[in-house]
Design a protein around this ligand. Structure first.
Ligand code: BYC
Length: 328
């Protein structure tokens, strides 16, 4: 059937688009896509990129204070990985038509979100372990399904990111295991870090399904493959088992295995705290944005130098091409 007006053309394009998604055919940058799909992806991928970059801050402050050369090297590599993840993700988002400068501007102005988890302070060395184990652990569960997300550039970026996140989680667990087997003070330090990072990590998966504004549509478009609550339950189940190896106390006193469900039941989540942090009023929100803004301003000379160098190179190449054409 030949559509006879422009709205019919859009309907037909949308049907073809959804048929591709349903058949698990990846959407690539030059393919037609509904505007709302492009917007949703831009929002999620840029938020994800910002989370990686802001996520360098709580651990970054421990690089100079790592307890040994080996720990320093490992932490340095991990924080550099996060920077790399941010760059892959900004590149993936750029394929949707927004410039990196505009994405940074949205972060610095407070318009764009980034993960709530990075608005908590890292006050002891054990926090490096807790972030690696719990935060990267939550990130892996959320991100592995994104390796199969419907948008090609995002899915491909996630494959490499997930490999690196696995190393991050293991290094965090190993830091905590060492502390848990150390002196009573070290054990207490590990317990304290887990107590502070556990609930914010549970919240990382986003609002419960009933409150999640984007989940339904994002699932239909296969941007998301599981709901926030499904992934959160996987995280609760994973941590409940792994903490036994550490021999430390679980921060959730209501945690209980539910034979019928085949999952752990868990205590209430403090959603007021979550929304308060998301709205910019967490313990470190202002400090995080201020640090990013300062880094952007202080990096201006690097960006200007790169542009000047590229211009010089272009001129040199043009002059060389001209003289070889004259010589021929
Ligand atoms: N924090 O409809 P919903 C890392 C917002 S970094 C803040 O469920 P959606 C790492 C949400 O944006 C990994 N805001 O949204 C780095 C929405 O508001 P807007 C970070 C949150 O998008 C360094 C509203 O609440 N991972 O691993 O369907 C060191 C309603 O939510 C949060 C990613 O970014 C939150 N936690 O689902 C260590 C993964 N949750 O935008 C580790 C990719 C929700 O309408 N992102 N909101 O104003 C996702 O999978 C999804 O975007 C989310 C939320 C599951 C996070």
């Amino acid at each position: 059937m030949v559509p006879n007006d422009s709205s019919a053309v859009v309907v037909s394009l949308e049907e073809q688009f959804q048929a591709k998604i349903d058949a698990d055919i990846r959407i690539e940058p030059k393919d037609w896509m509904p505007d709302a799909y492009r917007k949703t992806l831009l929002r999620q991928i840029s938020q994800h990129a910002h989370s990686e970059i802001v996520g360098m801050l709580p651990e970054g402050v421990w690089i100079t204070r790592a307890p040994s050369l080996k720990r320093k090297q490992i932490l340095l590599a991990k924080v550099q990985d996060e920077a790399g993840h941010g760059l892959y993700l900004y590149s993936a988002a750029e394929t949707l038509g927004m410039s990196r400068d505009d994405m940074y501007e949205e972060l610095h102005s407070g318009k764009a979100k980034y993960s709530s988890i990075f608005n908590y302070p890292s006050i002891s060395w054990a926090d490096v372990g807790a972030i690696g184990w719990l935060v990267d652990g939550a990130a892996i569960l959320n991100q592995i399904p994104i390796c199969r997300t419907s948008y090609g550039p995002y899915a491909r970026a996630m494959v490499r990111i997930c490999k690196e996140e696995s190393f991050h989680q293991r290094q965090g667990f190993e830091v905590l295991l060492t502390l848990a087997n150390g002196s009573p003070e070290q054990r207490a330090m590990a317990q304290d870090a887990i107590n502070r990072w556990y609930w914010p990590s549970v919240m990382m998966f986003g609002p419960s399904d009933g409150e999640s504004t984007h989940s339904e549509q994002s699932m239909r478009w296969k941007i998301k493959r599981f709901t926030n609550d499904e992934l959160r339950q996987r995280f609760v189940d994973m941590v409940a088992e792994q903490i036994k190896v550490l021999g430390l106390d679980h921060p959730d006193k209501d945690l209980k295995w539910n034979e019928e469900r085949g999952h752990y039941d868990f205590g209430p989540i403090n959603w007021d705290e979550f929304w308060n942090v998301v709205k910019g009023n967490g313990p470190c929100n202002r400090e995080r944005i201020e640090t990013r803004r300062k880094a952007w301003e202080e990096g201006a000379w690097v960006r200007e130098a790169a542009v000047a160098y590229a211009e010089k190179k272009k001129q040199r190449e043009a002059a060389a091409a001209k003289s070889s054409a004259q010589a021929a």
